[in-house]
Ligand binder design. Sequence first.
Ligand SMILES: C[S@@+](CC[C@H](N)C(=O)[O-])C[C@H]1O[C@@H](n2cnc3c(N)ncnc32)[C@H](O)[C@@H]1O
Length: 633
Amino acid sequence: MINLESQDINNHKIEELEKVEALKNIFPEAFEDGKLNIKKFKNLLFDIKDEKAEHYSFNWNGKQECYKIIKQKSNATLKLDSSHSELDSKSNSNVFIEGDNLEVLKLLQTSYHKKIKMIYIDPPYNKDKDFVYSDTWGDTITNYLIQTDQLREEGYTSTKTSSTGRRHTNWLNMIYPRLWLSRNLLKDDGVIFVSIDDDEVHNLRKVMDEIYGEENFVGQFPRITKKAGKSSNELAVNHDYILAYSKNSEILLNSFEHTDENFKHSDEYENERGLYKLNQTLDYGSIQYSPSLDYEIELENKIFIPGNATKEEMKERQKRNPKSDFCWRWSKELFKFGLENGFIVVKGNRIYTKTYQNATISKGINGYFVDLQPRTKSATTLDLLDNKFSNDNSKKDLSKIFDKTVFDYSKPVDLIKYLVFLGTTENDIILDFFAGSGTTAHAVMAQNLEDGGNRKYILVQLPETTEENSEAYKAGYKKISDITKERIKRVIKKLDYKDGFKSYRLDSSNFQVFKELKKRPNDSFEDIMKMLKMSVFTENILTQGAKYIDIVYEVALKNGFSLSAKSQEIKTPKYSFIRLYEETRVFMFCFDKEIQTDIQEFIPEGAKLICFDKALSDSTKLNLRENLDLETL
Ligand SMILES: C[S@@+](CC[C@H](N)C(=O)[O-])C[C@H]1O[C@@H](n2cnc3c(N)ncnc32)[C@H](O)[C@@H]1O
């Protein structure tokens, strides 16, 4: 049977995780790098005297429920929204998804397992005004439709009021399962950046330590939010943070090109070594002294001695062998190499060494050589204090795209561009599942244009309704997701960007089995499926009004195709197909009511045929199974 269940996390894995989690709570000392050390554990067991011994753990009301939420399979699907996709461009590997990110993350578990290089999220900071999505157990899709006001006509209303007593708890219950699920999507060398401020930074650190492991903490960047100005509080808080964690500690962040206006001199080596600066003398007064670095140099008919000492002073110094004093920075051997290779300059009575932009002297097994590599500088946690990363700039960025203030909480393009540069290279995929106005898509496009990269983005945004008196609502954007899509479209046009994007929307499954499961929660998925297939009507397997193209994408996603997989309609005199393909993988869907063995002529080698069970007689089914890969609905 073709797989129709979301492959999120298998039960076995979750149960194991819950047990390990329980053990970790009781014996945190027995865990090293998140793994149980059996030996330590045994020792601890035999040494236990006080059973109520204090232990370090992070708990809140609802944490166990979070595991249930993680474990619950999604009964939803993603439907292609062609009217909002920008499909005319050459490539459409970029993706926008309208929906609750928890369900979406579950649906991405199979197709994007270890495919994402960088995640950036900017979740609600948990201010009073923030809408914090509330997950439920059971009928998650109805809960989604209610919370996003999509079931308003049926008498439901969304509850946006925050229950203040459980503020941190609600926020933790929202963020924990999402972070947990998103980690599965990261590549082994992937990195996640999360924006947050003082309200939840301490909780987020703890959650991230738990999910990602303390050893994978990369850093906590303070970011300037605004320049110091008037404040009604005693203390103006003008920064928030970006927390960075890696999937495992071997991650490498990219370094920046070293730009320094002091690189201004040129010589005959400029083409390969770049410009050079001359700010280092060969001798130095307060370095660790060594008599072997205290020697005479004869150059341009002059004798040079470190610190311009006399010969006698040098001899006396060598005998004294002080801890620190004037000596050369380079050994005799290195000096000889530097001199022969143009690294030495004499100015007055001092010797200087050249520092080139793209060259250093390195030592290999065959001695010294000129190492030609651009000089780079690593990121520092203070980088984001530059005003270009402040919210003043995010407002300016948005005003260049929309003439009204349609979104108040966007981040500056430069900020996310900086993170994209740091965490990704050419063909990586970047995921943002709290997309807001879509700054991440903007930043990925801008970074690609700057360095010729081909990075892709996946953005997820809830169709959160805009306030009726807001500029956004008045400008026709009834949902935040409308703003996101419109911004991406406008940026593509403005930057004349090479790629478009596919737009999807979270919706209930096209398969009746999930509706039946809601009515009969004690029956298994397989039993209900069998019962549906027994019906005399072929289409009973589907929900009313299900479109074939939506079924194709639902099956695709649950069977590991990515959201950029392509589809094509094929009509032959006898059969109609939808061909779904990605790289070398091909699924041929045929929704015809009657199928004979001659269908095999149209199925390319290695492709899978998917059709209704009812469309095949028993003998046809047997025959086809012998000759090709067949799955029935
Ligand atoms: C602070 S904003 C992100 C702003 C974004 N970084 C930008 O530059 O525009 C957080 C966004 O997350 C969205 N959001 C909240 N809960 C969500 C959920 N469960 N699923 C998807 N999006 C959600 C909110 O609607 C809001 O637009």
